[in-house]
Ligand binder design. Sequence first.
Ligand SMILES: [Zn+2]
Ligand SMILES: [Zn+2]
Ligand SMILES: [Zn+2]
Ligand SMILES: [Zn+2]
Ligand SMILES: [Zn+2]
Ligand SMILES: [Zn+2]
Ligand SMILES: [Zn+2]
Length: 395
Amino acid sequence: MLERLLLAMGLVAFVLVALPVHAAPTCGLCRRGIQGEYLVYSQPNGGKLNVCQSCQRSARKCTLCQIPHRESGALCAQCQRTARPCDVCRQVLVGDYRDYRLPGGQPHRVCLSCVRSAATCHACSVPYAANRLRSYPDGTSWCADCASRARTCEGCRSPIQGTFFTVQFQSGHWCAGCFHTQEKCHFCGRPMDSTGAHLPDGRHVCRACFSTSVEGEARVRQIAGRVRPVMQQLLGKPLTPVPVRVVDTQELQRVYRGGAKLDGATNTTASPQSVVSELGVFRIEGRVREILILDALPEDMAWETIAHEMAHAWQAEHYPECNEFDLVEGFAQWVAEKICDRMGRRSGLEKLRHRQDSYGRAYRIVAAIEQQHGVGGIHRALRQNRIPAEFRGIR
Ligand SMILES: [Zn+2]
Ligand SMILES: [Zn+2]
Ligand SMILES: [Zn+2]
Ligand SMILES: [Zn+2]
Ligand SMILES: [Zn+2]
Ligand SMILES: [Zn+2]
Ligand SMILES: [Zn+2]
């Protein structure tokens, strides 16, 4: 018996056999009975395939398993069912490939040609088909997995890789590019995007702050009119109405600086946002009392500023001798906190309560006095112009 063992591409063994006397084998491709020598292939699924010499010469070989077949494509029927395509170009993997694991844990098998040439995700560096990557305004392309896990920059709306920036007491994240190059909103400190506004006096205001702007004297007076009864109820003593005027940054700073320089005839207390920009001022010159409020404040900030300045006016009316900074400013901040909280104007309260400067400390001192001794304790401290010893250590 003639028997040769051959290896096809190292994948499948096939055997050339002499026709056995008792059997009449059929060719698995042409379905005809076989006379003489024929080949027997071991198929990937373990089955055997007889192939006559004519089919062996004429049939196309499967590019994957090298077994002759009569299918229309390059693969035999079995390989068509089981072959694994490259996860980028969808071509059947015949040569070497590289296995990746996607950020979500799924396996991702890529042919070497795609490993070399396909577009990759900016974050995980895995090659993807172009339609599975999304391009972002900052020029990077990301796979859906990485993009969904990353924080999105509030400025350029691109996912952020690596370091991100936040603004204290504000929600949102920014990429280094946006954070370092964009101007900051005058009110909230968030980096501006193209949708912000530039006010005539030079202030830059982000869209969120601008969208609630309180513009013009009428609206400011309307808020003052609503603050007054709440304040009287909170403090138990009335406030004689004080004229309120709306000003721009330049005028406000002129008044504030001027007030700071003048002698005892002028008494100016400012509502702070930071060291450099004031939002409002209460001043007394002789018998003239006046509140100045910066125009176009975001609504919650307008409430807070108006309440703060009206608290100064109230204190000047009832406890004019009180001048200790922690009491004067702590009281104004505490009144503003109470009123904004009651009126549902809460977007600035986190900052008011937790700011780390002298205004934040002054607020915490007065709030602690109230907690221990009630509003009466605050009245007593203002009357005596003295912070009880137990509260002086508060930071
Ligand atoms: Zn045949
Ligand atoms: Zn095959
Ligand atoms: Zn490929
Ligand atoms: Zn990715
Ligand atoms: Zn950005
Ligand atoms: Zn803003
Ligand atoms: Zn103040």
